[in-house]
Design a protein around this ligand. Structure first.
Ligand SMILES: [Cu+2]
Length: 581
């Protein structure tokens, strides 16, 4: 963003109607005696705020809200959740994959939860006048942390998430004593950041083509509504016609919170979006990050200047403001980070997003020296020996060649359907994947069900590890150059979905399905219906949807897996680069 853009944004902001209301917390639905049983109904909803518009929302006990209520559970709990679709019937249930379609078909994804993939199944379709009962059984050792839920019907994901179908999931530990007292003494504030955009900004995120099939740029809700064939009348009405592109916190525009000087609070930030990258700053206050993507660090960071929240990411931060006064939480575009935070077209400026009023008597609150320990499935994989790595895979984000020049795919392909497995793994083993993205922008890589640990990267422009840290656990990662991740295929056999979390890319084909077998000897395919790559095996049900394959790397074989010779080459290059650093 150029300097004059920032001044323009400041000017427009000065004209805006500020709510300056106290920040509300979403309704919490809290588990009792190990169970959380509830129903959400998806129905038409008129959002009222800086913009009034007609969209879809989750209704709980007859009350609709954006964001939806927070699910609050403990490790070991069972969530029994009924999703009812009360949207108007009449849309076709026929569609082609990798197009925008079915605005009124929905489903549920529990982003970040470590649960059975046949419970967190994004290929379930809940059409209008249908319902589905989801059962999620959290493992007894599920890590505490904040995750989120959102609609994930491929082809309608971006539309429904941007439209507001999202909310927070908080997993508390069974044993509260693992939370250090310094942390449990702090107030916790959930801050769900959602983007609303009703102007048209053609932008240009497609550097090599005039064909903006799937460019990297912010799309307005109206554009996507048109494209997907939404039959609802969005009927937007702006409180200020100059302000049509903004973030809200828990559905509120520029709300405020109160703190005392020196008081430490935990801000649980959830970027419930699929477009922008935020760079959160709170000038005059101290920020200590204690978790990312719902997984605690071993100890708080030193005070940091900025929290980069890529699409879908979460961060728990401890904040204190030493002096009385008014402070702001904002998203900035600092030129010093131009080479660090990629996707320049998707960086975002808003000042303020939230106001902090600091007054009253000073409090002195210590930081915790340690944070809750991680469970065994998140134990450190940085120093495992090579022979302990059972499988390797490469995920190559890039543009497709040919007439679809500005359409993006993975390993040269678009999503081939839920029954085509691009990589096969074995349960309870260690996988090592290389996430490659050498384009000018940065696709946010997201893996379902299993968090992964960042092992190394060839990207050299972020020496202070602002965007991601080596060794941290993530479920969504800004892919840059070649970044190596590892994870355990813990507990849950079955499909493992990966995709770009710039959600329009996902809808239009940047998604793959991989598969974890119980064991190579005993697996019969009974718990899966798909096939490996294009080599259909009768006992797996064959391929339902197949697309022409266009490879742009000669060294990717037909199942999208990276040949070992190329893997060795990349590893060698990476080791050399890292040793130079
Ligand atoms: Cu992408």
């Amino acid at each position: 963003m150029k300097t004059w853009h920032i001044f323009l944004a400041l000017f427009v902001n000065a004209l805006a109607i500020h709510d300056f209301q106290d920040l509300r917390q979403p309704t919490e639905i809290i588990s009792q005696n190990g169970a959380l049983n509830f129903t959400f109904t998806v129905d038409v909803f008129r959002y009222i705020g800086q913009v009034n518009y007609t969209t879809r929302a989750y209704y709980y006990h007859g009350v609709g809200s954006i964001p939806g209520p927070t699910w609050r559970v403990k490790a070991g709990d069972t969530i029994t959740f009924t999703l009812k679709n009360a949207l108007p019937p009449g849309q076709s249930t026929e569609y082609e994959h990798n197009t925008m379609h079915s605005p009124d078909t929905t489903n549920m994804h529990t982003h970040g939860l470590h649960v059975n993939p046949y419970e967190d199944d994004v290929f379930i379709e809940v059409h209008p006048e249908e319902q589905h009962v989801y059962t999620y059984v959290l493992p007894d050792n599920h890590a505490p942390g904040m995750h989120w839920y959102h609609a994930h019907h491929h082809g309608a994901t971006a539309f429904q998430v941007i439209g507001g179908l999202a909310g927070a999931i908080i997993v508390d530990p069974v044993d509260d004593s693992i939370i250090p007292p310094e942390l449990s003494n702090m107030d916790e504030i959930v801050m769900i950041l959602q983007h609303m955009k009703f102007d048209s900004d053609p932008g240009n995120g497609c550097p090599n083509s005039e064909n903006f099939v799937n460019a990297f740029r912010p799309y307005s809700y109206l554009e996507i509504s048109d494209e997907i064939g939404d039959t609802l009348d969005v009927n937007p009405s702006l409180a200020n016609t100059s302000l049509a592109d903004f973030y809200v916190v828990n559905g509120q525009y520029q709300p405020r919170i109160q703190m005392r000087p020196g008081e430490k609070k935990v801000f649980r930030l959830l970027h419930a979006a699929g477009t922008h990258t935020l760079e959160i700053e709170i000038p005059g206050c101290n920020i200590y990050r204690i978790s990312r993507d719902g997984v605690y660090r071993s100890e708080p960071t030193d005070a940091v200047d900025v929290i980069v929240l890529i699409q879908a990411s979460r961060a728990d931060i401890i904040v204190d403001c030493p002096r009385p006064g008014t402070f702001i939480l904002k998203s900035t575009i600092d030129p010093s980070r131009d080479n660090i935070v990629s996707s320049n077209v998707l960086r975002y400026f808003q000042d303020p997003i939230l106001t902090i009023e600091v007054s009253g008597d000073e409090l002195i609150m210590p930081l915790p020296s340690q944070l809750p320990p991680l469970p065994s499935y998140l134990s450190d994989l940085q120093n495992v020996s090579r022979q302990d790595i059972a499988g390797q895979y490469r995920v190559d984000f890039g543009q497709l060649r040919g007439p679809e020049t500005c359409n993006f795919g993975i390993n040269g392909m678009l999503f081939r359907g839920p029954d085509v497995y691009d990589h096969i793994m074995t349960l309870d083993t260690i996988e090592e994947w290389m996430i490659k993205d050498t384009g000018p922008e940065s696709h946010p890589f997201h893996l379902h069900v299993n968090h992964f640990q960042v092992i190394s990267t060839t990207y050299q422009d972020d020496p202070n590890q602002i965007v991601f840290e080596i060794g941290e656990w993530r479920d969504t990662l800004a892919a840059r150059d070649v970044t190596t991740i590892r994870f355990r295929t813990d507990t849950f056999p079955g499909v493992l979905v990966l995709h770009c979390h710039y959600l329009r890319h996902e809808d239009l084909g940047m998604m793959q399905v991989t598969y974890i077998e119980s064991s190579p000897e005993t697996d019969t395919g009974d718990h899966g219906t798909g096939s490996i790559g294009q080599e259909a095996e009768p006992n797996r049900g064959g391929i339902k949807h197949s697309e022409s394959i266009e490879l742009h790397e000669s060294d990717i074989n037909s199942s999208g897996q990276f040949k070992s010779s190329t893997y060795v080459f990349f590893t060698t290059v990476m080791i050399v680069v890292l040793s130079i650093i």
